[in-house]
Design a protein around this ligand. Structure first.
Ligand code: NI
Length: 179
């Protein structure tokens, strides 16, 4: 296993449309997934998409810890998971702003509108189809990671640029009353 180098915003690999994975069970995919999980955990991230580690293929790893959940019944916690060739479909039209960071945009956070409920699917590490309904943190996380596969970074989804800043400044503002 190895910790991989993470591309930062500005690198062209992050703007590219990634290619589908032909065989999720191939040895090189198993190795890539293990390295991506190690890299995500080392960087304390909740998700990491292959283009972020300079591999333009359609897969991401993610985890939704219970403490990040919104309490919504469909905002289920998720152990560290890999998804290949994902599809994401909004359920309903409701969008809510969600505070997001990105390992490719270190030090910053922003409120990004995301669909509250989605259905998503893809292939698991054994190449078997999976399908899930998710809401809240879980749904927003999957939308963020899936966007990476289409060359979309969260600032491209933003509508309110007053809700964008450095983590240190934001936590200072929040500590002083959140105004
Ligand atoms: Ni990201």
């Amino acid at each position: 296993m190895a910790i991989l180098k993470i591309a930062r915003m500005g690198h062209p690999v992050l703007l590219q449309r990634a290619e589908p994975v032909a065989d999720p069970t191939a040895p090189e995919m198993r190795r890539l997934v293990a390295d991506m999980i190690e890299t995500m955990e080392d960087a304390s991230g909740a998700g990491l998409a292959a283009p972020q580690v300079h591999v333009p293929l359609r897969l991401f790893v993610y985890r939704a810890p219970a403490e990040r959940g919104t309490g919504d019944a469909e905002d289920t916690p998720i152990e560290t998971t890999v998804l290949f060739n994902p599809t994401v479909e909004p359920l309903g039209t409701e969008q809510r702003p969600r505070w997001e960071g990105c390992l490719s945009i270190p030090g910053l956070r922003a409120a990004v509108p995301r669909f509250w409920r989605i259905r998503y699917g893809g292939l698991d590490a054994e190449g078997k189809p999976v399908s899930r309904v998710a809401s809240g943190f879980h749904a927003g996380l999957v939308q963020h990671e899936n966007d990476h596969l289409d060359g979309i970074l969260y600032p491209m989804r933003m509508t309110d640029f007053t809700q964008f800043g450095f983590i240190e400044e934001l936590s200072r503002a929040m500590a002083s009353g959140g105004t």
